[in-house]
Design a protein. Structure first.
Length: 488
């Protein structure tokens, strides 16, 4: 790697008399190529380094010492830093398959050699270490080109016996016909009438009473709104920005500021969007995507006592919002859904043991209470496979998907099964991101999101809407349906 940096330092007054000062400071860095020139109140610097020391790291140290010495001896304060050029050369493991761009820099790629050129940057650009992240981004984009279109890692690890379904109809469509469900006023939202609500609440009760409570999970309550700084730590903001529902705050509560907006609504009976735009701020948060980020945030910077590990928590209050592409779907694919999020934090050996216990509890529910035809598979997205971050082959960290056959989609061997449950051990990714520590030793975390609509659609797709056809295990939780709403 080669780093070539050209910068200018501007002081509050002439520093021509400071040549000796600059020379003495630069001498301390004689292992590197540092050229400099004084022009009135300006010091121009050119620094060339290799992979052992980034030029911007060296410059920031030089600038700090120059600011101190010139301020002390010449009473001149450092006012501004400008970056005229920063060129970085490095090599890739693979040649790019097609051209691409990144923010802040021009890229010139010949074979595996990259020249990344930045012009007209500032002090913030250097001090916040954008360069290293840009180099990483270039490497990631090239790697992604080789993995685009490849299927995720998937390996079957368990499968139930085949079950004969009681029907082959789409439960969403049938519930709409019966008046149990009403499509929401916007895409991917639903109004659950009493019958559908009773089934969903039964699923919630089963999950809590048969899975979480027997293992010692404790309930917490969290906000539906997640600020961006939390998603920056978890990676959600860079991973799925096109799936987030964003939240705007009003610029002011002062009714006078909203007077024209109100007047336009009263006159036009429409939403004056341009006027609304003037009265709201840019989003700084979004609707809950998954509950685990705020659970981690609630523990940031804390040290967990060993006798409290593994820490077992779950939230069922925050409604999850995820913008789905395309038109309307059934309740198996929604933009707004009800979810229980168990989160577990503990020593690696504790979480591996917990995973086995969770699998046994889920098997108990899906086999003995819901009587489903289902299977489990190790899964790892391509971006985690190629990064080598998860050891799915060793069965240590990674994700297990629970998938069920939906008879209305077709033959069990040819149709797409629905992922209706998962279970993940994520290593130290999130505990490190939020600086959560153990009293002693290593700390890991994981989660196992329980999507109640998914449980519901899988059960109804195989067992139908008639309680007489439901297994005895489920009928202990819901033996008959409410009368519902009689509409003329």
């Amino acid at each position: 790697m080669k780093f070539h940096l050209k910068t200018r330092l501007f002081f509050s007054k002439d520093v021509e008399n400071g040549r000796g000062i600059v020379e003495n400071v630069v001498k301390k860095f004689s292992d590197y190529s540092v050229n400099w020139e004084i022009k009135g109140n300006e010091i121009d610097m050119e620094i060339i380094t290799d992979e052992k020391r980034r030029a911007h790291d060296l410059f920031l140290q030089l600038r700090k010492q120059l600011s101190i010495e010139i301020g002390k001896n010449l009473k001149a304060g450092l006012r501004e830093t400008k970056v005229d050029l920063y060129e970085v050369e490095f090599y890739l493991d693979k040649e790019p398959l097609h051209n691409f761009s990144i923010p802040f820099a021009d890229l010139n790629i010949e074979g595996k050699k990259v020249s990344m050129i930045v012009k007209d940057a500032d002090e913030v650009f250097l001090s916040r270490n954008y360069i290293d992240r840009m180099i990483k981004l270039v490497r990631e984009k090239v790697e992604r080109q080789y993995y685009e279109g490849k299927k995720e890692f998937w390996r079957l690890i368990w499968r139930s016996e085949e079950k004969e379904p009681v029907w082959r109809k789409d439960p969403t469509e049938e519930m709409i016909k019966r008046g149990w469900l009403v499509q929401g006023p916007t895409k991917g939202k639903w109004f659950f009438r009493p019958q559908a609500t009773a089934i969903l609440r039964a699923m919630e009760k089963i999950a809590i009473e048969e899975v979480l409570k027997p293992l010692g999970f404790q309930e917490v309550m969290e906000s539906h709104i997640v600020p961006f700084d939390i998603w920056l730590k978890t990676g959600h903001l860079e991973g799925m920005p096109g799936e987030i529902y964003y939240v705007c705050e009003p610029r002011s509560r002062d009714i006078k500021e909203w007077e024209r907006f109100i007047d336009l609504v009263k006159i036009t009976r429409e939403v004056p969007k341009e006027e609304l735009r003037k009265n709201i701020s840019l989003p700084s948060a979004g609707i809950c995507y998954a509950q685990c980020p705020i659970i981690y945030w609630s523990l940031k910077g804390k040290t967990l006592a060993d006798d409290s590990l593994p820490l077992l928590l779950y939230d069922r209050t925050a409604i999850s919002g995820r913008y789905e592409s395309g038109g309307r779907h059934g309740i198996e694919r929604v933009d707004e859904f009800h979810r229980i999020e168990p989160v577990y934090i503990g020593k690696p050996e504790q979480l591996i043991e917990l995973r086995e216990k969770l699998i046994e509890r889920y098997k108990h529910v899906f086999n003995e209470i819901l009587d489903l035809e289902w299977r489990m598979a190790w899964v790892t997205p391509w971006y985690l496979q190629q990064a080598g971050k998860l050891g799915e082959e060793e069965g240590i960290t990674g994700t297990i998907d629970f998938e069920a056959w939906l008879p209305y989609r077709g033959d069990r061997e040819k149709s797409e099964w629905l992922e209706f449950q998962n279970l993940s051990i994520l290593g130290d990714k999130y505990v490190k991101a939020f600086n959560i520590k153990a009293q002693k030793g290593e700390l890991w975390s994981g989660c196992s999101g329980i999507g109640l609509e998914r449980w519901m659609v899988v059960f109804l797709a195989q067992k139908g809407l008639d309680p007489e056809n439901w297994p005895k295990g489920f009928r202990r939780y819901l033996d008959k349906l409410p009368k519902g709403i009689r509409i003329l």
